[in-house]
Ligand binder design. Sequence first.
Ligand code: C2O
Ligand code: CU
Length: 490
Amino acid sequence: MKRRALLGAGAAAVAATGLGWSLLTPKRPGKLLRSRAPLPKPFEARLAVPPVLNGDEIVQREADLRILPGLTTRAWTYNGSFPGPTVVTRSGRAATVTHRNQLPEPVVVHLHGGHTPPGSDGYPIDEILPEHGPGGAHPHHDMAAMSGDTSMGSRVYRYPMTQRAATLWYHDHRMGFTGPAVYRGLAGFHLVRDDEEDALPLPRGERELPLMLTDRAFEADGSFRYPVGDAAYMNGVLGDVVLVNGRPWPVHDVDPARYRLRFLNASNARRYRLELDPQPPGGDAFVQIGSDGGLLRRPIGHDALVIAPAERFDVVVDFSRWRPGTEVRLVDRDGGDVMRFDVKGSRRDDDSTVPAQLSRTAEPLPPPVRTRTFRFNQGSDGTWRINDLEYRPGRALARPRLGDVEHWRFVTDFHHPIHLHLNHFQVVSRNAQAIGAYDHGWKDTVDLRASEAVEVAVRFTDYPGTFMLHCHNLEHEDMAMMADFVVEPP
Ligand code: C2O
Ligand code: CU
């Protein structure tokens, strides 16, 4: 079996053109795909909060969702909903999640931001085959290609949860097919809680909202429109409808009080510059309390949040800063509307605050034992590469030793959100200067822009074995911008 066939159908299409691909590379990642269905009106749908997982089993199956007025969307779902059910776990308490695959194609589940041993990390060829057998209609499926740890029908993922409270998420990670699988609906929140966070007087209950941002395009019949195999979209797929928790440009009524908003950008390729409009008097609409890896040491005020694919920003917004009756739009300054918060005059009771000291567990890491450089660029055949190599399972680009602190430098001529499995890292410099406004705290994904060099510090802990480093623009990821790294025992 040729390696090419392992990639998404797009890879073959690009290779077939034989063009000097970089000539076609635009300045911004992604290309807008327009819906064939009539677009819904903004601010008519109500925001929904995904259900919390009851028990420890998730069935992956097709479901008909109501996203657009008058149409249904056949989606791939976790337990029938999009986003999937929110998994809530406790730091220090081991958890298992059993995934059953009733979809027509193999799947792989990755807990993004999870500090997870290799056997449960969702290595891209460790597939769960369909419960009802692969059948005859699955040309991509070829046993000869599968050197992974394959399961039949279901798989138990074991999560030790020896990590601090944070906004994690789980999503499909199948080699060459992550983009279409996530686009069809395979994404959900996983919230880790701990005592340190529980002791803080942050907004909770109805005033704590996980918000998953995704952009999608729709076919005339309401189904998701994804350009499988279309080389024009190899820079990333951008949809023309923004969904928040699966609802198009929704609206949510809020009290004039503080809310904790846990933003996740689960879009395939879109990067957002989020602002609240109107801005509150005095600015700093968003008070950031956490990043990908949990609480910051101290809160940071922002007028805007730039959020690349896979990043999370945990913020507090105090809606008592607007007059009751104000419609506060959440907008993407690089795009358009996202959602709206309607400040209603009713319940002002609010005993939450944002303490000046949030966490003591975000101390800087000690100096590194070595520094490695990873270049993210595009080959002349259109594939996306790391250090001039396309992804190949089993070929490690780095072999750090367990317990070591290393600095990893990411450099590029384009825009890529770079993600590391296993451990959270700290950004130590951007272009050899101070870190950016959105680089604070523990992170697992860093926004790398054209001609930038970002250096991060990471300590490899607890689990030797094979993990991933990759671009989280899902079309880039599917087009081979991934690498293995192997953590060696000490
Ligand atoms: Cu969110 Cu390796 O992925
Ligand atoms: Cu990329």
